[in-house]
Design a protein. Structure first.
Length: 480
């Protein structure tokens, strides 16, 4: 029996170039789902090799105004553009990358009866924790989504708390993955004890806390060598700090590398150093390192040990002394490092991108099937039943979001609502905040009005919500 081909619209409102973990991940993800026809909405410039994973790539033309008093007008303009595309494409479902930001809002306000699956990436959660305006955006997107996908239970629980535990039954954990078939391990693993050749790769910003690795090197008993790969606002500060600590010959700084080049170099190192001290959605680079045979010295953040299994050595986040001790212990004990390498390789096999793609496709099929069934059985003369915002989730689900079954990684930032300033708790040009189930004030939404009815939870009894009639969804599937 030929599998059903799903017509999906998704996108990230950034340049369509693999310069961040999210853009690399979505490219791998949709490339791993051959039974899905994907239309991706992005921005110019477009990397021609990168876009090959999608059946169609459409560049958005609305001028980006991601922050400031013009944000709401910008979202309205983007919504009109996206609404026109949705009406033409008529997808079976929308995958909203990020549980917030402008493009997800545009999807939310134009979807009509087309089901939305929101996919959290981490930055969306970080800004929602800092800003009431961003939390409002997150709640609006969550309320319109049939399912909310996160890569870890830790991230799901943070979203659950931020949204007042109103959407617990929609949270689904699907671990991220990488293209394991492309990973290579060095032919001859290093032998003996002594200084380690260490590597750190990622964006050089405050949250990634690369400074922890640089300062730890000045505290180690052994003269380990560190290579830092990446770019970011703290690059010059890190280089200056290395000089101040007398580490000129022990720390190298290399620019951001395309993934193929990074993967080619990874097997040349002894261990990977992970230094993030705040929120990390998943940390794909951890699995990339393990897949190339590198044990990981990692900041012991919630959930990271579950991702890494026994193929890593924890230390206290943001503590250079704690990291120095972990590195020296790894350097002195060759047998332990050999065991860590074996455990790292075994653990990485759990995170194949084909498994991630299969689980997301299965979730999408359940959601679209539930929506179609709900649309067929609901009497047209009766409004859908309202789902109370304060209703309790099924027993046991509050602390344990639905987990999908499992088997044995720029210059342009995502759009954000402006951060409130003292005396201005909401966006300066924003209409009064509305609840997820209330109708938008006149003039604030494009025509036709969004209709969030008939979106069911894939794992529970279908849930319907009141909404305006929708003229976007027409019989028959269109082409992308």
């Amino acid at each position: 029996m030929t599998p059903k081909v799903l017509n999906i619209v998704t996108g990230i409102n950034r340049i369509s170039v693999p310069t961040s973990g999210s853009l690399i991940f979505v490219n791998d993800l949709y490339g791993a789902m051959p039974d899905i026809h994907t239309t991706f909405l992005g921005r110019t410039p477009v990397d021609q090799a990168w876009k090959a994973a999608f059946d169609h790539l459409i560049t958005l033309s609305t001028t980006k105004r991601p922050q400031g008093p013009d944000f709401d007008r910008y979202v309205d303009e983007l919504t009109r553009e996206v609404g026109s595309l949705i009406e033409q494409i008529q997808p079976d479902a929308i995958h909203a990358q990020y549980l917030g930001f402008a493009l997800s809002l545009a999807f939310t306000r134009t979807a009509g009866t087309i089901p939305i699956i929101a996919i959290a990436h981490g930055p969306d959660v970080m800004v929602a924790e800092r800003s009431a305006a961003e939390r409002e955006v997150m709640i609006e997107v969550a309320a319109a989504s049939a399912a909310i996908v996160t890569p870890t239970a830790v991230l799901a629980n943070r979203i659950d708390r931020l949204t007042g535990r109103r959407f617990t039954d929609r949270l689904t954990v699907i671990p991220w993955g990488i293209r394991l078939t492309d990973a290579r391990v060095r032919d001859q693993p290093p032998t003996g004890t002594g200084p380690l050749s260490l590597v750190h790769a990622g964006r050089l910003d405050d949250n990634k806390s690369t400074i922890t690795a640089v300062e730890a090197l000045a505290l180690t008993d052994q003269p380990h060598h560190l290579t830092v790969i990446g770019k970011g606002p703290l690059r010059e500060h890190l280089e200056q700090r290395a000089l101040e600590l007398g580490l000129r010959d022990r720390v190298d700084f290399d620019p951001f590398l395309p993934r193929a080049e990074l993967w080619r170099r990874l097997p040349n190192f002894d261990a990977f150093v992970f230094t993030t001290r705040g929120l990390e959605a998943f940390g794909l680079v951890l699995i990339e390192a393990q897949a190339h045979g590198l044990p990981v010295a990692y900041s012991d953040l919630p959930g990271v040990s579950e991702i890494l299994g026994s193929g890593g050595v924890p230390y206290t986040p943001g503590d250079p002394h704690s990291l120095a001790v972990a590195l020296d212990e790894m350097g002195r004990d060759f047998h332990r490092r050999k065991a860590l390498t074996k455990a790292a390789l075994n653990n990485a096999r759990r995170y194949n991108i084909t498994t991630t793609g299969r689980q997301l496709r299965e979730l999408t099929l359940r959601v679209t099937s539930s929506t179609s069934s709900s649309s067929r059985t609901r009497p047209s003369s009766s409004p859908p039943a309202e789902r109370p915002a304060t209703s309790s989730p099924p027993p046991g689900s509050r602390s344990s979001p639905t987990s999908a079954p499992t088997t044995s990684a720029p210059s342009d930032e995502p759009d954000q609502a402006p951060t409130p300033t003292p005396g201005n708790a909401t966006r300066t040009s924003s209409p009064a905040p509305r609840s997820p189930t209330s109708k938008p004030p006149a003039g604030t939404a494009p025509s036709p009005a969004p209709c969030p009815a008939a979106r069911g939870c894939p794992a529970h009894t279908p849930v319907t919500r009141p909404g305006s009639s929708c003229t976007l969804r027409h019989p028959g599937a269109g082409t992308g």
